[in-house]
Structure formats: structure tokens, C-alpha cells
Design a protein around this ligand. Sequence first.
Ligand code: NAP
Length: 484
Amino acid sequence: MVSRVIPVDPFDLVIFGGTGDLAQRKILPALFHRFCAGQWPEDAQIIGAARSDLTTDAFRQIVAESLRRDAPRRAENTEALDGFLQRLDYVALDAMSAEGWPELTGRLTKDRIRAFYFSVGPRLFGPLADQIRSHGMVSDQTRIVVEKPFGHDLHSARGLNSTLAAHFDEGQIYRIDHYLGKETVQNLMAVRFGNMLFEPLWNSQYVDHIQITVAETVGVDGREEYYERAGAMRDMMQNHLMQLLCLIAMEPPAKFDPDAVRDEKLKVIRALDPVEPHHIVRGQFATGEGEPGYREVVNNPRSTTESYVALKAHVSNWRWAGTPFYLRTGKRLVARSSVINVQFKDAPHSIFGEAAGRHANALSIRLQPNEGITLKVTIKEPGPGGMRLIDVPLDMSFADALGPENQDPPDAYERLVMDVIRGNQTLFMRGDEVEAAWAWTDPIIDGWQARGDVPKPYDSGSTGPGDAELLMKRDGRRWQGIKP
Ligand code: NAP
């Protein structure tokens, strides 16, 4: 099965921060892949913009090096690489001054899609928006792309929203959470709403609890300063895990359309109860496996920033009342794994008697690595000697099921950048969604600060702090998904 490529309309894409890490490692390789896939029209152009005084040729050289590093297989094709580089232009400008802006205006094509990607720190969002507006670059075909972090708390997120709203309509603003661009995350919606099988059971009557795990083996190297201010709650829970929770818990939207989907997600966030302090565990990785601990990495012996957080959340609505959602994420854990486990309840009555044991179905959705779905079902243990039951997995790996050409799904940024050009906001966060997520997150963080909470140390290369196991054990449950 080969994926269909639907060409997009001609566009100009300006990447502010075009020389930066995100642009070089993610955005430009994603654009290159789509170019190689034949999705670009003849005359689309990308303009890199930053303060560095570079010629267009020098910028192309930098991008060529990045592509050879980050997209080596496709960059081997020199014809494709040269073709892509020819579409690149560069303008030196400063968001904080008038320098370079008339030149940028002159390079843009009239009457076509114009996307401005803010691949810069959030303090530049306001100045960039002002410059774009004052240089007359806004039209009804203008789109603005902003990166996470979208605010540090509710107050700052509101500030960013109102700064952008002063210049652009909500329909022109694309807030990226790259998790939503992952093929398997979109599959959550396909699995839920494309099959009859699951949806009738998808509620508190049949689901005992749901677990969402995003475990990373990496630490915070290279991002120490940012991470010290953020921590796992702001960096992962408020956005990525919250988005996964929304997709798992939301009501079926009437159609797969941006506002219908985002309205349903927003309802989930607003239905979240405040989290009780004893339902949260914070952790910080200590030295282990010959690697330095968090405090050494960030060079702050008294740091109280969490690199791990686990919590129990409740979605208070008809569908989910009484079904807890356990969410956890952490760094320097034993394995890299993003997985959602939907644990169904036991059958109400066992006709096989107590000796056969009690069994319950579980649906496990693996987002990475080895994307796929496993449904745990109960069967008879083979052989004579009475009716004994065992659990077996019905396992579907997407790579195996969809064939080798789909083993390497497109990076999230490929999908998202092309959606910006297409003008499809379904996989982007709306301003009210982001604010609602902060409104739920802020009291948790404020509570830690007020109580002077210190995260529990956990060994690098482990499954996280022991208290996270206790959080489950107290409820007679246990975590699934990452194994030591
Ligand atoms: P970075 O490597 O520091 O790059 C910043 C870019 O902005 C550079 O191209 C810089 O070039 C340009 N710049 C800085 N000040 C400017 C100004 N006054 N006017 C115009 N251009 C200016 O940062 P990054 O890692 O790419 O991150 C960019 C944004 O994406 C940040 O908000 C970050 O939080 C977010 N993000 C990054 C990642 C990632 O993996 N890197 C992941 C998720 C989100 P000059 O110095 O030449 O101006």
C-alpha cells in the first residue's frame, strides 16, 4: 500500500529562525521529504530569515549539510537535493528592528498562500506579528505557525493569544503540538471512530481504567536552561499527554473537521477535575548507569524541577465518571515507549468457576516504537485437564500489516507543515484549548511551589520513582508498558 500524495497549491513559506536548531533538524528535512515525494508545485519557495548575515548560497550550504545529516537517504539523490536547494532563499532581518523587512516584503509572491513559521523563542512572537502586519504582508491567505512552548502558565498563554489575536484571526494561527502529527496518534481517532468494535465499550461501564505512558531514555542535554524552568509537567504533561488524553476520552465529533474535533477535545479538558496532591508523584533522575544525575546536568545542586511526573486524573462526565486515567512521563527511563493501555473490566460472572481465574481484556495502543495495537483476549489453555483460561495477545503491528513501504512513516512535521499549506487546522491546538490545559496545570504547579515540594529521586535507567508504583498499587492496579 503506497500513500497517496496530493499536491498542494503554490506557496511562499518564510521560516523565521531558519538557521536555528528546529528549522535545520526538523522543519527543513520535513519539507525536503515532501518535495521528494512530489507534493510541491513548481514554483513554491522557502525563505529562511534570521539575523545572521548570510548570502542565499551560504544558507543553502547550511541546509545541504543539515539534510545530509538528518535526511541522508534522500539527500544522496543529488538531483533532488539540488532541486530543493534551488527553492530556498534567505533574508537577513531582525525581529526587533526595521532591518531587512522591506527586502523580505519584496521577495514574496503576490496572491498566493503565505505561511510564516515562527521558529524562534516566544518573546519574538509579538515583534514578528507587528512587523508582518506593519509591512503589509497579511492577506486572507496568510498563516502563522507557532511552536511550543505556548506560554509558561495560563497568564502568559493568554498574553501570547492576545498578542497574536491583535494581528491575526484564530483561523490563521497554527499552534504546533508535534505529537498530533504522528501517524499513530491520528490512528487513535481512526481506531476509535472507524470501527464499530470499540466505541460501544468505550465508557466507564466497561473500562476499568486507562493508562497513558510517554517514557523517554534521553535526558535534558542541550536544553538545560529551558528544562530547568519547565519540568516534565510543563514540557510534556500540559501538552502531549493532555492531547493524547483528549483523543482517547473525547466524544465522537460530528465530522473530521477542525472545529468539530477541537470542540470535543476542549470539553474533555474542561471536564478534568483538579488533581489531588496525593494523586501526583514527581521524580527527578539521579546518577545511574554511569550517567550524571539531573542536578549535575543542569548544574544546580538544589534544583527541584521534576524530570518525571505520574498522576491520576478524572474526567467528570457521563462517559467517564468513575474511570481513572493514569498518566506518566519521564526522562532517562529504562525504555523509550509511548503507549496507551485501555484496561477493560472483568466479565461480570465467570461460568468456568474460580479455579479458571478471572481475566479482563486490555487494548494497548503503541505510539512508538513499533507502532501497533494489541488486544489481550482470554482463551482456553491448550490440553486436557479441565477448563483453565489464559490471556493471549491479538497483535497487529502496523508495519507488518501495511507492508514494508509503510515501515518508515512520515515525520510528524511533514504532515503538519503540509496541513498548514493546505489550510487544515484539525491537528493544531486552538487558543482556548491551550488556555484550558494551562488552567488545569497551573494549580498543580502552584501547589508544589506553595508546599515547597521536592521531587523524589529515581535511578537513571529505571521505570521511575517507587511512589509511582504505589500510586497504582493503592488502587489495586499496576503500570503496563515499560519494563526494566
Ligand atoms: P535556536 O536554535 O536558538 O534558533 C533560534 C533562531 O532564531 C536562530 O535562527 C536565530 O538566528 C533566530 N533569531 C534569534 N533572535 C532573532 C531575532 N531577533 N530576529 C530574527 N531571528 C532571530 O532555537 P530552536 O531550538 O530552533 O527553537 C526555536 C523555537 O522552537 C523555540 O521557541 C523552541 O522552544 C521551539 N522548539 C524547539 C525544538 C527543538 O527541538 N529545537 C522543539 C520544540 C520546540 P540568529 O541568531 O542568526 O538571528
